[in-house]
Design a protein around this ligand. Structure first.
Ligand SMILES: NC(=O)c1ccc[n+]([C@@H]2O[C@H](COP(=O)([O-])OP(=O)(O)OC[C@H]3O[C@@H](n4cnc5c(N)ncnc54)[C@H](OP(=O)(O)O)[C@@H]3O)[C@@H](O)[C@H]2O)c1
Length: 270
């Protein structure tokens, strides 16, 4: 996918929460062997060192890899974001970050607009290739765009057939922001046992998880499914040899339980 500030990002990557440093290092090496190039971590996951070690050990050149990490609320602010970048690149052992995200808007701090200004400065300096928001609602993005004139490349939000986030997706599409889904498999739990998904999976001779990943892909969303299990890792990226019909896409979307089923980023976050 080509992002609004020009970076090229793979549509599908590997999530690394809640992996330890050791697990993340191992997972990244395995994942690159089976074709993953995008990796999603965060300061809050406590595994950036392991992710960095995995990236160095995997034998794929840095330019072919796409690395996302996220900063916590204590760094919201222009200088704070620069400090967060310095600390993150040190932990990761890299000299640039592909996509640097504000993990949560934390409206109670009221400093997320300056945090976006800080990210834009890193972009200008070539220290990041793209800038991201995460868990921003359309109202938060509206304020960012109105006050700074800057729109992020990506907004990573909780999104699955249980929480289809129609309003957010429409807002992002209107403003050229890529939507990236987290907990996109519903954490691998009851969503993957939904009869309608199981039935569609049987029809295509695929797993329920593959049908869900495919649903995201066909909606034009970027995804970062987390799998520590190598077999599931392979399964989640093997989604390009089948297509859901419009009716099947709609049947998954009909599982939506609404915004109330998502973590409310007006009150939650770190
Ligand atoms: N921005 C944010 O605030 C935020 C919040 C949460 C997560 N994230 C990011 O998004 C990533 C993904 O979200 P998530 O980890 O919450 O949930 P998820 O990807 O929906 O689900 C991960 C869980 O599903 C299992 N799983 C994976 N593939 C499977 C398959 N093919 N069949 C059955 N089960 C499968 C995994 O098991 P195994 O690991 O045992 O294989 C794991 O327990 C995270 O890792 C993180 O990078 C971001």
């Amino acid at each position: 996918m080509v992002l609004r500030h020009g970076a090229q990002m793979p549509q599908l990557g590997l999530g690394t929460w809640p992996m330890s440093n050791k697990e993340a290092e191992r997972a990244i090496v395995t994942a690159t062997e089976v074709g993953y190039r995008l990796f999603d971590t965060a300061y809050a996951y406590g595994n950036e060192e392991g992710v960095g070690r995995g990236l160095r050990a995997c034998g794929v050149s840095r330019e072919e890899l796409f690395l996302t990490t996220k900063l916590n609320g204590e760094w919201h602010g222009i200088e704070g974001v620069a400090d967060a970048w310095t600390a993150a690149t040190k932990r990761l052992g890299v000299d640039y970050i592909d996509l640097f995200m504000i993990h949560w808007p934390l409206p109670r701090q009221d400093r997320y607009v300056d945090a976006v200004r800080g990210l834009a400065k890193l972009l200008e300096d070539g220290r990041v290739r793209a800038i991201g928001a995460s868990n921003f609602k359309p109202a938060h993005l509206d304020r960012v765009i109105a006050e700074s004139g800057i729109a992020p490349d990506v907004n990573q939000i909780q999104l699955s057939p249980y929480t289809t986030r129609d309003e957010a997706r429409a807002y992002h599409a209107e403003h050229g922001i890529v939507t990236q889904s987290w907990s996109l498999l519903g954490l691998g739990r009851e969503l993957l046992r939904e009869p309608v998904i199981v039935e569609i999976a049987e029809r295509h001779n695929k797993s329920a998880a593959q049908v869900v990943v495919r649903w995201h892909i066909q909606l034009g969303l970027s995804v970062v499914p987390k799998a520590a299990n190598p077999q599931r890792m392979v399964e989640n990226i093997d989604v390009y040899d089948f297509e859901l019909s419009d009716e099947e896409v709609a049947a998954l979307s009909a599982l939506d339980r609404g915004e109330a089923f998502t973590d409310d980023s007006d009150v939650m976050g770190h």
